[in-house]
Design a protein around this ligand. Structure first.
Ligand SMILES: Cc1cc2nc3c(=O)[nH]c(=O)nc-3n(C[C@H](O)[C@H](O)[C@H](O)COP(=O)(O)OP(=O)(O)OC[C@H]3O[C@@H](n4cnc5c(N)ncnc54)[C@H](O)[C@@H]3O)c2cc1C
Ligand SMILES: *[C@@H]1O[C@H](CO)[C@@H](O)[C@H](O)[C@H]1NC(C)=O
Ligand SMILES: *[C@@H]1O[C@H](CO)[C@@H](O)[C@H](O)[C@H]1NC(C)=O
Ligand SMILES: *[C@@H]1O[C@H](CO)[C@@H](O)[C@H](O)[C@H]1NC(C)=O
Ligand SMILES: *[C@@H]1O[C@H](CO)[C@@H](O)[C@H](O)[C@H]1NC(C)=O
Ligand SMILES: *[C@@H]1O[C@H](CO)[C@@H](O)[C@H](O)[C@H]1NC(C)=O
Ligand SMILES: *[C@@H]1O[C@H](CO)[C@@H](O)[C@H](O)[C@H]1NC(C)=O
Length: 607
């Protein structure tokens, strides 16, 4: 890795305008602003930038981390390094500066495993850590949000303009991709005339392994040609990525939204928000700390929490908003007893079938110096595997009746709570080994053979987790209970999904005759054995959401209203993945940006 760094670091720094270290405003201690946004992550920078478009308002962003391009290095910039950039689940690896390095509580239904759970700690937040898939949920996902919140403005037709507003789409460059890695998309799902800051494009590389996965999925009835941004998910396809096509580098909320030369916008980097200060029930200021110095930033209009699904509920709780019993136990003065804070944690989790394969995979780069040198040379021309962030073809399915009929009645009934267009399983094609994803190096065995994975993710999960706190100090990590597989329906769906992934692999033509399955392996056959394998290898897709859920005022579990305003207090909103009432199927970053765009408009319109 060291060679790559020295070769590319200076080049990329020079080329990237987002690396200007400071915007023009100079942040001052004890200043007051119209809006104080806590968390300069995916949603936080998007809403802060939109609010600052009005030169008459002042905006401050408080962010615990700094510049990922510097503190995270090229692994955080070059798409092909995203999977290798320490997104493993090893709880002992604290090497990464741009991550919070949170560990979960033991997973009670997954062998008591404790997992590292990636969360960005930098400007850009988790958009600087993610695997860059960009696609949207299904129509009925958002229509259901409208029902849950009692606000029709969350319907698909009404939120689509905000999805469009946030991003610009660049068509695939088929002169650089393999001819058989062609993509399907709908130009009308985007509107480039709006100049959306986030860059969405296809990598200049389509993994050959993925082309076989596409064949295998088709064989089991998941048809290729999926357009993933028009509100339905019922086939397989190459979703676009948040990649800036001008350089083939990561497009994060930082590179896309953070204003550079704006006098009404200040960033307080490396600054930890400690507490929201209230006057009665009116949020007034945020107590923060920079390099050991404590001070407050006052909000003349509003404080907006965008600290993510783990830390927005943490900040609410340490400030006196949350379940009364939790707060009183820790001696926190209750400002508003809201039992839903930290509850309703939704997440997607995955596991996979691994085989030796007969095509060259990108994971070869981990151990093969020659292949790595070649990839590096290609990247200089914006081509090759380093332009692609990990997952290739994605497939979505509502499990067919032939499988569903074997489920217990209670599982079928539980699954019927999901809208009709909401798939239960997402299959992800991955160059390399996904087997518990303990550390990035596990993707390649270094034995000279090629391996590929068809992973399955549970995207209509019924298990719920929660976030709580162990102290009144945000320096202490929140308590993260993911709850994976605690609902019996998830166990049944998981076993069925693993069998489907096996079938797709078998039909793909990419396995090698006479070579036994690598994982779970031929010994794992009965449902019980398969479930045991899943319990021992299930890992996050890192999509945590829902812990400060939007809802109707009459719902005692709702934390914020349909404009993100926290119930029972004034001048305080939450705007990030924590307010999703449900976690859309697939990958959530598009929805984070949409939510930020939409609530920025609400605020501008006086809502
Ligand atoms: C490894 C990985 C891969 C992923 N892959 C994909 C993908 O391919 N596609 C996709 O759509 N989604 C993906 N996701 C999920 C997606 O990136 C997240 O859902 C999304 O970025 C969350 O945005 P957010 O605004 O809610 O929070 P974040 O972006 O996490 O922002 C929260 C910010 O608040 C800051 N903060 C927190 N507490 C404090 C405090 N007390 N004081 C100051 N600052 C604070 C944090 O440092 C952070 O910058 C992935 C996530 C991970 C981790
Ligand atoms: C900030 O405000 C606090 C509390 O009023 C005060 O103690 C401190 O001196 C102030 N700091 C500066 C630099 O003005
Ligand atoms: C797709 O093209 C690549 C590159 O030419 C090749 O390696 C692969 O075998 C092809 N895939 C299929 C399914 O034929
Ligand atoms: C997926 O759903 C869309 C929208 O309902 C429909 O047009 C399309 O034919 C469906 N595709 C498949 C493969 O069923
Ligand atoms: C918090 O708010 C109260 C009431 O407005 C005020 O008296 C106090 O000084 C504030 N504390 C800080 C740290 O700003
Ligand atoms: C499951 O439901 C079917 C009809 O929907 C019913 O006939 C059957 O008895 C049920 N099975 C159990 C175990 O309840
Ligand atoms: C794999 O495919 C072959 C035919 O190509 C079939 O005979 C066999 O049953 C399949 N095995 C599984 C586990 O699907």
């Amino acid at each position: 890795m060291a060679v790559w760094k020295s070769t590319f670091l200076s080049l990329i720094y020079l080329a990237s305008p987002s690396l200007a270290l400071f915007n023009l405003g100079v942040p001052g201690i004890n200043w007051s602003y119209d809006y104080v946004v806590v968390g300069g992550g995916t949603s936080g920078l998007a809403i802060a930038a939109r609010l600052a478009e009005d030169p008459g308002v002042t905006v401050a962003v408080v962010e615990a981390g700094g510049h990922y391009e510097i503190e995270g290095g090229i692994e955080s910039i070059i798409p092909g390094f995203a999977a290798a950039a320490n997104t493993g689940t090893d709880p002992s690896d604290d090497s990464l500066l741009i991550d919070w390095n949170f560990d979960t509580l033991p997973l009670t239904a997954a062998n008591g495993r404790v997992l590292r759970y990636a969360r960005g700690k930098c400007l850009g937040g988790t958009s600087a850590r993610n695997l860059m898939v960009y696609h949207r949920g299904t129509k009925e996902t958002y229509d259901q949000w409208a029902g849950i919140t009692g606000d029709s403005s969350w319907e698909w037709d009404s939120v689509l303009p905000y999805f469009k507003k946030s991003c610009t789409l660049t068509a695939p460059d088929m002169t650089k991709r393999n001819a058989n890695a062609s993509v399907t998309y709908n130009v009308n799902a985007f509107d480039n005339s709006l100049d959306g800051p986030l860059q969405v494009s296809w990598p200049n590389y389509g993994s050959p392994f993925s082309t076989y996965v596409e064949v295998g999925l088709e064989e089991i009835g998941i048809l290729s040609g999926q357009d993933t941004n028009s509100g339905y998910l019922n086939g397989s396809g190459w979703a676009p990525s948040t990649i800036d096509p001008s350089l083939e580098t990561r497009s994060s909320s930082k590179t896309s939204f953070l204003p550079q030369f704006t006098l009404n916008f200040n960033v307080y980097a490396h600054t930890l928000a400690k507490k929201i200060n209230f006057s009665g029930t009116k949020a007034q200021s945020v107590k923060v700390e920079t390099l050991g110095i404590s001070y407050t930033l006052a909000a003349k209009k509003e404080i907006i929490l965008s600290a993510g699904s783990f830390q927005s509920p943490q900040l609410l709780m340490v400030s006196g908003i949350g379940p009364r019993s939790t707060l009183e136990e820790l001696g926190i003065k209750v400002i508003k007893d809201l039992r839903g804070v930290g509850q309703n944690l939704w997440d997607h989790a995955l596991f996979g079938v691994v085989n030796r394969v007969n095509v060259v995979t990108a994971s070869r780069l981990v151990n093969d110096a020659l292949a790595a040198a070649e990839a590096l040379a290609q990247y200089a021309f914006q081509k090759g595997p380093l332009t692609a962030p990990g997952f290739g073809v994605l497939g979505f399915e509502k499990l067919p009746d032939s499988i569903r009929k074997h489920f217990t009645n209670s599982t079928r009934e539980a699954l019927s709570a999901f809208p009709s267009d909401w798939p239960e399983v997402e299959y992800l094609s991955l160059d390399g080994i996904l087997d518990g994803w303990h550390s990035a190096d596990d993707q390649d065995l270094g034995d000279g053979y090629e391996y590929g994975t068809i992973a399955a993710a549970l995207i209509s999960p019924l298990s719920r987790g929660s976030i709580s706190i162990s102290s009144a100090d945000t320096t202490d990590p929140p308590l993260i209970d993911l709850g994976y597989l605690t609902h019996p329906a998830d166990q049944e769906v998981a076993v069925a999904a693993l069998k489907r992934a096996r079938q797709a692999f078998n039909a793909s033509g990419v396995t090698i005759d006479g070579v036994a399955e690598h994982r779970p392996g031929p010994d794992v056959q009965t449902d019980e054995e398969i479930l045991g394998f899943i319990r021992s290898t299930i890992v996050p897709v890192w999509h945590a959401a829902g812990t400060c859920a939007m809802g109707d005022a009459s719902n005692p579990d709702a934390v914020v209203d349909s404009n993100g305003k926290v119930f029972g207090v004034q001048n305080l909103r939450v705007v990030d993945a924590s307010i999703f009432p449900t976690l859309p199927p697939g990958h959530p970053q598009s929805t984070c940006y949409m939510v930020a765009e939409k609530i920025a408009d609400d605020i501008k319109n006086g809502n």
